[in-house]
Design a protein around this ligand. Structure first.
Ligand code: AMP
Length: 419
């Protein structure tokens, strides 16, 4: 017997009818970025491994444990992209996009890869829609980026999401904060793995979800208490703009993110209907990333929204999201001459933007009408030899059952009126 294959473990894949919902989520989230003047970038799904080591941070879980890394045939180490920002910044530097007007505003969409333990809402291949805006430190831009993410969720009709907002301080504050946090953590009775993490990446310990660890962190110093004046002013200005834009948020002084490059504004969108994997998107500002990747010193801000989890969130809220109608008109030929003629009519209707499918395999009228019902089409056009001789066709409304005879010459026009 021939071998039967399965999709690799833990990947998110979508087949009809669910795939229509996936597309709808992706396009709703993309639309907000387009409406705010972001231009599309299509980037490779694998990059030089060092881009992520330098950009995202060697000590992050994403880079140290979760990357799909391989050598190509020329012995170069490549990794499937675990996130979008490093690749976008690489492309900005490589193509000198920063020579044009600032800020540069870009959006992307596509698959990302992390070798995680698969569970509901956590996949090894997942999908994001993201934006990056580089070359402006204006807090209004931070607010705009956050607002368009929220707007994307709202466009889908989502209600049960919350925005958590924090400031991770500027680069100088981070160094100072890291020191005081490291000495606080050194006095705790942490397990060996967490102790190691506390030395490598102390901020990540704050993000530990285990209650016993959280209990030890109650008195941990907060970035909030050591923010420099300029970082505090920036943060307060972001909050003011968000209030003006009527974007609700809650203050989350312990919010840290899994990627090292974030400075100042940091945010996450969570949805309460998703259980453990509640983050449907997140992002923040990065001051040093572009210069770390060989570019000029320009600050940037962006987000990555999880398409898969947003779709789950829609399902949790009982929202029906689908992208347009798959088929509006179904053509039913009875006999070869009618089939040839209907092919021409299909092309003509499609030219007018009507979605059209037709019956293949020379089925009986009954079989073809069953196929028409399955497509969800509104109208069926039935054409037989007698109709052809009379230069007419039967147009049937599939929901009411009403049928009328229409001259073939007027078919395209009549159908458009009936839809
Ligand atoms: P991150 O870059 O980790 O902040 O991810 C941004 C968003 O992508 C998250 O808020 C999730 O919605 C989504 N995401 C990240 N990792 C995964 C994953 N393994 N499976 C599904 N969605 C993910």
């Amino acid at each position: 017997m021939n071998q039967k294959f399965h999709a690799p473990k833990g990947v998110a894949e979508y087949v009809p009818p669910d795939s229509a919902g996936f597309l709808a989520v992706k396009s709703a989230l993309s639309r907000s970025a387009e409406l705010a003047g972001y231009s599309y970038v299509e980037l490779p799904i694998f990059e030089d491994t060092n881009l992520y080591v330098r950009g995202v941070g060697e000590s992050t879980d994403v880079v140290s444990k979760e990357m799909y890394t391989f050598d190509d045939r020329g012995g170069r180490s490549l990794s499937l992209r675990p996130e979008g920002t490093a690749g976008v910044v690489r492309a900005v530097v490589e193509h000198n996009l920063d020579r044009a007007g600032l800020p540069i505003k870009l959006w992307y969409a596509g698959p990302f890869f992390r070798a995680e333990r698969p569970q509901q809402g956590r996949y090894r291949q997942f999908n994001q829609v993201g934006v990056e805006a580089l070359g402006s430190e204006d807090p209004a831009l931070d607010a705009e980026v956050i607002a368009i993410a929220a707007e994307g969720f709202q466009r889908l009709g989502l209600k049960g999401f919350r925005l958590l907002l924090n400031s991770l301080g500027d680069t100088a504050t981070r160094v100072h904060y890291r020191e005081i946090l490291t000495s606080f953590l050194a006095n705790l009775d942490l397990d060996p793995e967490t102790t190691k993490r506390a030395q490598l990446n102390p901020l990540r310990v704050l993000d530990d979800k285990r209650p016993q660890v959280q209990a030890m962190l109650v008195d941990a110093p907060l970035m909030r208490d050591v923010l420099s004046d300029s970082a505090r002013e920036h943060h307060e200005a972001v909050c003011t703009y968000l209030r003006e834009l009527k974007v609700d948020f809650s203050d989350a002084p312990r919010l840290v993110r899994g990627l090292d490059y974030y400075t100042r504004t940091t945010f996450e969108f969570v949805h309460d209907g998703l259980g453990a994997q509640s983050a449907i998107g997140g992002g923040g500002r990065y001051d040093g990333l572009m210069s770390d990747l060989g570019g000029q010193e320009l600050s940037g801000i962006g987000y990555g929204l999880g398409v898969d989890r947003t779709l789950l969130a829609c399902a949790a809220e009982g929202l029906e999201v689908t992208s347009g109608q798959r088929c509006q008109v179904f053509l039913v030929p009875l006999g070869q001459p009618a089939k040839l003629r209907l092919f021409g009519i299909a092309a003509q209707l499609r030219d007018h933007g009507v979605s059209v499918d037709l019956a293949f395999d020379d089925r009986s009228l009954k079989g073809s009408m069953r196929a028409a019902d399955r497509t969800g089409a509104k109208l069926a056009v039935i054409l037989g030899d007698d109709d052809l001789a009379a230069q007419t066709a039967a147009v049937k409304n599939l929901s009411t059952g009403d049928q009328q005879t229409v001259a073939i010459a007027e078919l395209a026009e009549t159908i458009q009126e009936m839809l």
